[in-house]
Every structure is written in structure tokens, then in C-alpha cells.
Design a protein around this ligand. Structure first.
Ligand SMILES: [Fe+2]
Length: 213
């Protein structure tokens, strides 16, 4: 049991070291589960960042004169288990993407909290370099979180509302310009085209997601 703040800091660093390693294992599954190219790229680039964050924590252990050792992070295990349940769902592509973003943002917020605490404790203890190194990872976690919000809000949530994948929306847009229901709908954006539909009226049961996991 930690008896002072320095020991508590070391415990927290062991916890987040283990959490980051769990994330390194989980992210490739999220890359496979994502259907939007942009989301897949976001997960891939965060995997690179996460590997670097593991290395950064090894540097922190060195600065603290401790051996790099993890301690099972049950909190992260729980969040990732929920994410793995999400991947088992048989959801429309865009709905799956929206749910994967939700899970990934839970991961980011957990990490933001953990790094924030460790930085405050390191500063209180006068461990300036430790705080600086941890601050680099904190900045990456915050940026990753904001990027996920931007992705959700710049199309994925809208596509999920319409019950369509972005690919299907593009196909619909092409089909729309050949529509017999009225004048050619040239210049109609994919988003506004799908926005005119009932939320679930256009779902084609033969196009449901499958075989992607
Ligand atoms: Fe991380």
C-alpha cells in the first residue's frame, strides 16, 4: 500500500502502463470493426500514438528510478470489454461506427483523467520532467478525443440516423440523379438526400452488416 504521494504516483503509473498495453491489443480489433475510412485511419494513427505512449511511460519509470511494471487496470479492462461486446453486435455500418466512437471516447476520457491526476501529483512532488513527459501523452489523448467527436459530428452520426452507411449514401445520391420520381436531383448532397427519408424506412435487410469481424 502506498504510504505517500510518490508511492501513490508510482502505483498510478503502473496502472496506466497496463491500461495502455491493453489498448494496444484492443485497437487492431476496432480498426477491423470500423467501416468509415476516416474512422479506421483515426484508430490506426492512435495505435501508433499509443505504442509511443507505452515507451513514454517506460521513460517515466526510469525518471522515477522504478522498474517498468504494470498492474492490472480493471477499469480499462471493463471499458474494453464493453467495446468488444459492441463489435459482436449486428448493426448497420454507420451505427457500428457511431458505437465504436462512443467506446473509444470512454477510453480517452479514462486516460485523460489518469494522466491529469499523475501530472498534478508529479508537479506537487516537484517532479517537473515526469510531469512534462506525461503532458505529451495527455495532449495526444485530448486531441484523439476531439478528433473522434469531430468524426461523429461531421457525418457518421447523420449516416447512423438515416440507418445507412456512407457508401450506401453515395449510391443513393447517384441513384437519385436517375430517379423517376421527379426532376433529376443533381447537386443534392448525400447528407441532405438521406436526411429527407424516414429514419428507418430505407433499410434493406439484405444489406445488413456481416462477416466483418
Ligand atoms: Fe493512450
Amino acid at each position: 500500500m502506498p504510504t505517500n504521494l510518490r508511492e501513490a504516483l508510482v502505483e498510478e503509473i503502473k496502472d496506466i502502463y497496463n491500461a495502455e498495453k491493453q489498448i494496444v491489443k484492443a485497437l487492431p480489433k476496432m480498426v477491423k470493426g470500423a467501416t468509415s475510412d476516416e474512422l479506421r485511419e483515426a484508430f490506426e494513427s492512435h495505435l501508433d500514438e499509443t505504442e509511443n505512449q507505452v515507451t513514454r511511460l517506460e521513460r517515466v519509470f526510469e525518471l522515477l528510478d522504478e522498474k517498468p511494471r504494470g498492474k492490472h487496470c480493471a477499469g480499462m479492462a471493463g471499458i474494453l470489454e464493453e467495446g468488444s461486446d459492441t463489435l459482436q453486435e449486428d448493426a448497420e455500418d454507420s451505427v457500428m461506427d457511431a458505437m465504436l466512437i462512443a467506446g473509444a471516447q470512454r477510453v480517452e476520457h479514462y486516460e485523460i483523467t489518469a494522466y491529469g491526476t499523475c501530472i498534478a501529483w508529479a508537479e506537487a512532488l516537484g517532479l517537473t520532467e515526469v510531469a512534462e513527459v506525461l503532458g505529451e501523452s495527455l495532449a495526444e489523448e485530448k486531441a484523439a478525443d476531439e478528433k473522434l467527436s469531430a468524426l461523429a459530428e461531421s457525418g457518421i452520426n447523420d449516416a447512423a440516423t438515416a440507418g445507412e452507411s456512407e457508401d450506401e449514401m453515395e449510391e443513393d445520391e447517384e441513384a437519385g440523379s436517375r430517379s423517376t420520381e421527379g426532376p433529376p436531383q443533381t447537386g443534392v448532397s448525400a447528407r441532405s438526400a438521406s436526411g429527407n427519408r424516414p429514419a428507418n424506412g430505407s433499410k434493406n435487410p439484405t444489406r445488413q452488416r456481416g462477416g466483418r469481424r
